[in-house]
Design a binder for this molecule. Structure first.
Ligand code: C2E
Ligand code: MG
Ligand code: MG
Ligand code: MG
Length: 288
């Protein structure tokens, strides 16, 4: 069958592939320019203390304000940036922007910034983070860096060494998307993370699939035993909030708490304090 497709199929796939490569090149070129033009924006999504619903921090989530395509989500350009080394520049820009924004907030809320695998393997990362903290005046204890376990795999020793040096600065390290990697438990064993973020693929199935419910409960138990606070990602319903509260989850993040939004709309958020309270109508947050 594959043979029947023969040269025609090959030509078809080759054309498709050329197209993909061309698209990627265009994207890379535009992205390089976007960084120069400051066409990237950082949106902020609130994290709330589960116990009382008080907003206790924000996660910085990058978007690309593209001239013709509108707001491009990170999953469409982070991989491109990873591929051609642009991620170092991009990541540094996001870190600087997020720390500067957070330093200007009245309340000393925590700010979480995502690190890409490539960044985590850069020998000068701790120096860069230190520099940004000094330049922006943000206290290290307000900064939380989120890493996924895939970030540890490229050069395990280097990554762990960087994480240790970052912790020595007083910065907190969170394990992002917990449970979706290949060896979440051994990663957890190798490094004293300050926080576990339970991936939304489990959270969204609370009360929908018995197994997911059991897994979330078990991860929360694990966190309790290891003395590592857990955050549930992707919290969308009151039912999930009630369950997670009941199971002593420390923090909640998700559309039920608040969607990512531009920085100039945040003052309302920082003042608002109840989980699941609907955002003030003036807040121009991201819609579904
Ligand atoms: P993440 O770090 O796990 O971030 C959470 C993602 O879940 C965000 O998607 C957020 O908008 C989305 N989300 C939050 N609450 C809900 C909810 O209730 N329901 C659903 N369905 N989704 C929710 P986003 O902004 O598209 O970011 C996707 C990923 O891109 C992030 O996943 C992170 O890994 C990466 N990313 C974002 N910003 C940066 C950055 O500055 N640097 C790097 N290296 N990666 C970034
Ligand atoms: Mg994250
Ligand atoms: Mg996450
Ligand atoms: Mg996730």
């Amino acid at each position: 069958r594959a043979k029947e497709g023969g040269r025609g199929a090959y030509r078809f796939f080759k054309r498709e592939m050329d197209e993909t490569i061309r698209e990627r090149r265009t994207l890379a070129r535009e992205l390089r320019q976007a960084i120069i033009d400051e066409a990237l924006v950082v949106h902020y999504q609130p994290l709330a203390r589960a116990a009382d619903g008080e907003v206790c921090g924000f996660e910085a989530l990058v978007r690309w304000n593209h001239p013709t395509r509108g707001m491009v989500p990170p999953l469409e350009f982070i991989p491109v940036a990873e591929e051609n080394g642009l991620i170092a520049q991009l990541g540094e820009w996001v870190l600087r922007r997020a720390c500067a924004d957070a330093a200007s907030w009245e309340r000393p809320l925590r700010i979480a910034v995502n690190l890409s695998p490539l960044q985590l393997n850069q020998p000068n990362l701790p120096i860069l983070v230190h520099e940004v903290l000094v330049q922006t005046g943000l206290s290290p204890k307000r900064l939380e860096l989120e890493v996924t376990e895939s970030a540890l795999f490229k050069d395990y020793q280097r990554a762990l060494d960087n994480l240790r040096r970052l912790k020595a600065l007083g910065v907190r390290i969170a394990m992002d998307d917990f449970g979706t990697g290949f060896s979440s438990l051994s990663t957890l064993q190798s490094f004293p993370f300050d926080k576990i973020k339970i991936d939304k693929s489990f959270v969204e199935n609370i009360h929908r699939h018995d197994r997911a419910t059991v897994i979330v409960r078990a991860v929360l138990g694990l966190g309790r035993s290891l003395d590592i606070p857990c955050v549930a990602e992707g919290v969308e319903t009151q039912e999930q909030i009630d369950f997670l509260r009941g199971e002593d989850c420390a923090e909640l993040q998700g559309y039920a708490i608040g969607r990512p939004a531009a920085v100039d709309t945040l003052s309302a958020w920082t003042l608002a304090s109840k989980a699941a309270a609907s955002p003030p109508s003036v807040v121009a947050d991201e819609k579904a």
